[in-house]
Each structure stands twice: as structure tokens, then as C-alpha cells.
Design a binder for this molecule. Structure first.
Ligand SMILES: [Zn+2]
Length: 295
């Protein structure tokens, strides 16, 4: 075994969550020491856009994403779509978290679709990847994607919980599939089948910190999160990846290299995004011009 930890990419998380405020430097330090090189940090409503941008300015490993999550769409103010567009233009960033949800109780489906479509349009115009949330809304998502047409920079389905049968059709539309630590829960058989069905060039892993923690045995000790629940953190990614690898019939090193390459593919289109943190641990992004800079 090499001394350096594997280079890891946490494809979806929320470090702006106030639950990280008391000890953020320690959380970051544990992530770094465990080999996490990129953390794709998703805003959820207009209220946290500034915080996400601030974090990305301070922490080179953070890739910021700006968007409106379906649970928080009621927080948006008039003109949000213009502010979102300007923010994306001004920042090397992707769009997210955005999506559709038929699980959440206080949902407004007409508004959800409107806000999601608006965000897809912005992402298409600016050629940015989209970080998608989809819960119990797979048919609906397919219909909207059909209708909107090609998303030139692709999209990521975070914590993919859709059926394995949709992986083919979604891949054709440019989807990447990311799985969180909850896929290691023995009861999540359907999710595991999906994990095994994703093509090698479309698989990503995430923690969704502070949410979706892996089962107990894959957790680093951490302070309590919301309502006393375990607060998930990016340092858990090593244990998650190590446990996921045999499910994909790979060694952890093979899986880590694959995920790194896929992250380069997905994020490589973001103008001005500095992916150099990836260079210090793993193989360089073979398909991405890492020296590219500018707006
Ligand atoms: Zn999320």
C-alpha cells in the first residue's frame, strides 16, 4: 500500500450547512488527510449562495454549485433567475442543487417544474453541468428532460435512487450517477443493483454531508448534527469507496481512479475551474485542459 491516501472526489455535499460552522477547519482537515481532493458543494436556496461562494474562495478543493432545491423554492425572490445567471457567469461553478421531488410533503409541483426548467435553461445557455435532485419523480424527470432537449455539459443525478432500467436512457441524455454511503445499507437492494448497472464512465461517489450518512461501521467519529443525528462528513468517503469497490468488482484504487476521471469529464467543461487539487494525488485529468482559465 502506498503511503498517500487515494485521491477522492466527493461529488455532492453541503459544507455551507450551519451544522459545520463550529468546527469547519477540523472537518476540512479530516477530509484532506483522508485524500479528498475535490468537494462539489451545492447551494440549496438563494439564501446560501453567498456562503457557498465564500467557501469556494477560501478552499481550493471546493467546486461551488448554485441553484434552488425543490424543498426551498419558496425562499426565492423575484429576479432570482437573473441573479443565478450572473453568479454562475462570475464564478467557475456548476448549477445545483435543482430538481424534482414527489416525496416531500410541502411540495408545489407546478412551481417545482417551472423553477427546474428555468434552471436547466440557464445551465444550457452557460454550458454548465447540473447537479440534480430527484426523489420519486423519475417519469416526471424524463418528461422534462425530453422536452428541454440536450444539456451540453451533462448532469449528475445525486444519490441515485431511480430504477436500474432508467440508467441506459438517462446516460444517453448525458447523466452521471452518484451514490452516497446509504447505498451500503443492506436493505437498499434496489439501489445496489443500480450501482452495479451504471456504466464505468458515468459513476461518481458522494457523501451528501451532512446528510445520508453511511451505516455506523463506515463513519468517522463526529459531533452531532441536526436534531442530534449523526453529522455526515467528507472524510467518510474513504470508507464508503472501499466498501463500494467490491460491489463493482474493483479494487478501491481502481474505483478511485475511475471516479477521478469521471469527475474530470463532468467538471471539465466549467470555464476557469481550477482542478489542480486533483493533480496532487491521482492521475491528471486526461481529457481536460487543466491550464484553461479565464471567465
Ligand atoms: Zn444534496
Amino acid at each position: 500500500m502506498a503511503e498517500d491516501p487515494m485521491a477522492l472526489v466527493d461529488s455532492h455535499l453541503h459544507l455551507q450547512d450551519p451544522v459545520f460552522a463550529p468546527d469547519f477547519p477540523e472537518v476540512l482537515d479530516r477530509a484532506r488527510r483522508s485524500g479528498v481532493k475535490i468537494m462539489v458543494c451545492n447551494a440549496t436556496s438563494e439564501k446560501d449562495w453567498d456562503r457557498v461562494r465564500e467557501l469556494a474562495e477560501q478552499v481550493p478543493e471546493i467546486v461551488p454549485c448554485f441553484g434552488i432545491h425543490p424543498w426551498y423554492l419558496r425562499n426565492r425572490k423575484d429576479g432570482w433567475e437573473h441573479r443565478l445567471r450572473s453568479l454562475l457567469e462570475a464564478t467557475p461553478s456548476a448549477l445545483g442543487e435543482a430538481g424534482l421531488d414527489r416525496w416531500y410533503e410541502d411540495r408545489y409541483e407546478t412551481e417545482q417544474e417551472l423553477v427546474f426548467r428555468e434552471q436547466l435553461t440557464v445551465a444550457r445557455d452557460l454550458r454548465r453541468p447540473v447537479m440534480v435532485h430527484c426523489l420519486k419523480a423519475w417519469g416526471w424527470l424524463m418528461r422534462v428532460l425530453e422536452d428541454v432537449g440536450e444539456l451540453p455539459a451533462g448532469f449528475l443525478l445525486h444519490a441515485y435512487g431511480g430504477p436500474a432500467e432508467l440508467i441506459g436512457p438517462l446516460s444517453e441524455k448525458g447523466a452521471y450517477f452518484s451514490f452516497a454511503g446509504n447505498v451500503l445499507d443492506e436493505r437498499k437492494l434496489r439501489m445496489r443493483r443500480s450501482l452495479q448497472a451504471v456504466p464505468a464512465d458515468r459513476l461518481l461517489l458522494e457523501t451528501d454531508s451532512p446528510d445520508l450518512p453511511p451505516p455506523d461501521m463506515y463513519r468517522v467519529p463526529a459531533r452531532a448534527g441536526h436534531e442530534g443525528r449523526y453529522r455526515n462528513e467528507p472524510a467518510n468517503l474513504t470508507a464508503i469507496l472501499t466498501a463500494v469497490a467490491p460491489l463493482r468488482e474493483q479494487t478501491p484504487e481502481q474505483l478511485a481512479a475511475m471516479v477521478l476521471e469521471n469527475a474530470c469529464q463532468l467538471l471539465g467543461s466549467v470555464p476557469g475551474l481550477d482542478l489542480t487539487p486533483l493533480r496532487s494525488g491521482g492521475p491528471p485529468c486526461s481529457t481536460t485542459d487543466l491550464s484553461a482559465s479565464g471567465s
